[in-house]
Structure formats: structure tokens, C-alpha cells
Design a binder for this molecule. Structure first.
Ligand code: DQA
Length: 151
């Protein structure tokens, strides 16, 4: 089997990581997180494409473009998690396995962060482990792809 290719998507304001509310989101930049994921990808023998956008339509387009290119999507949709039916519909439309991640534990925060439009169409969600949420999410996604492609 050829290597799995995973699309890593980050939504609005995640380009500010490192400076943005570090007591909530930590001190690592998005580049640090992507580098950490690249190392994990090497270990898992997969390839990654990483994209961040502050624009809902760009995220929707990138999900559509993942068809026939990527076997899984790891997504932190940022605030769009709680608002975007369009991103949820794009993810369920392409039917590519998805794992949702968040740096913060969204259930310990304001009520408006407790609902995710993505969670019901994702394999699962990892929330609250800082940058480690991404690594755990990538491992869980690849593990699931291996199970689904077995035999
Ligand atoms: C976030 C949580 C969201 O509620 C928030 O809007 C973000 C970041 C997280 O990673 O903890 O932008 O997705």
C-alpha cells in the first residue's frame, strides 16, 4: 500500500499561536506544531500537507480539493468549529475520515464553545492537551486508517 497522505487544516486565528492568549493556547507557534507533526509523520511513515486559513471558503475549498489526494483530515477549525455548517457539510460531503482537535479543553470554557458542528461527523475529537492534541489526533487518525484498510 502507498503511504497515507493526511491534510492538516487549521482555521481562523491559529496563525497567531505563540502570541495569542498563551495562558490558554500555549507558547508554541503554528510552525512549531507543524514541525512536530512532520516529525511524527516521518515516524508513522505517512505524508502531510498543512494549511491554515482565516477564511471559511478557503477551508471549504481545501476540503473539496482533498478528494482523491488525501486519505484523512486532521482539523482544528478554531471558532468555525462552533459556527460553520459549511465546513461540516464539506467534510461529510467528501466522506474523508476526520479527527477534530483543539488545544484547549472546549468543555471547560464558555458555553458557546461546548457545541461542535464537526464532532458528529468526525471519527473522534481530542481537546485540551495543548499542542499534544495534534500529535494524539494524528496518531488516532492513522491508527483508524490502518484498521479500516486492513484485509
Ligand atoms: C480552539 C478552541 C476554539 O473555541 C477557539 O475559537 C479557537 C481555538 C482550540 O484549539 O482550543 O480558535 O479550536
Amino acid at each position: 500500500m502507498s503511504k497515507f497522505s493526511i491534510l492538516v487544516l487549521n482555521g481562523p486565528n491559529l496563525n497567531l499561536l505563540g502570541k495569542r492568549e498563551p495562558s490558554i493556547y500555549g507558547h508554541l507557534t503554528l510552525e512549531d506544531i507543524n514541525n512536530m507533526l512532520e516529525q511524527e509523520a516521518e515516524r508513522l511513515n505517512i505524508t502531510l500537507s498543512c494549511l491554515q486559513s482565516n477564511h471559511e471558503g478557503v477551508l471549504v475549498d481545501s476540503i473539496h480539493n482533498a478528494l482523491n489526494r488525501h486519505q484523512g483530515i486532521l482539523i482544528n477549525a478554531g471558532a468555525y468549529t462552533h459556527t460553520s455548517v459549511a465546513i461540516r457539510d464539506a467534510l461529510s460531503g467528501v466522506a474523508i475520515p476526520v479527527v477534530e482537535v483543539h488545544l484547549s479543553n472546549i468543555y471547560r470554557r464558555e458555553d458557546f464553545r461546548h457545541h461542535s458542528y464537526i464532532a458528529p461527523i468526525a471519527i473522534g475529537q481530542i481537546s485540551g492537551f495543548g499542542a499534544e492534541s495534534y500529535r494524539l489526533g494524528l496518531q488516532a487518525l492513522v491508527n483508524q486508517l490502518l484498521i479500516d484498510n486492513r484485509g
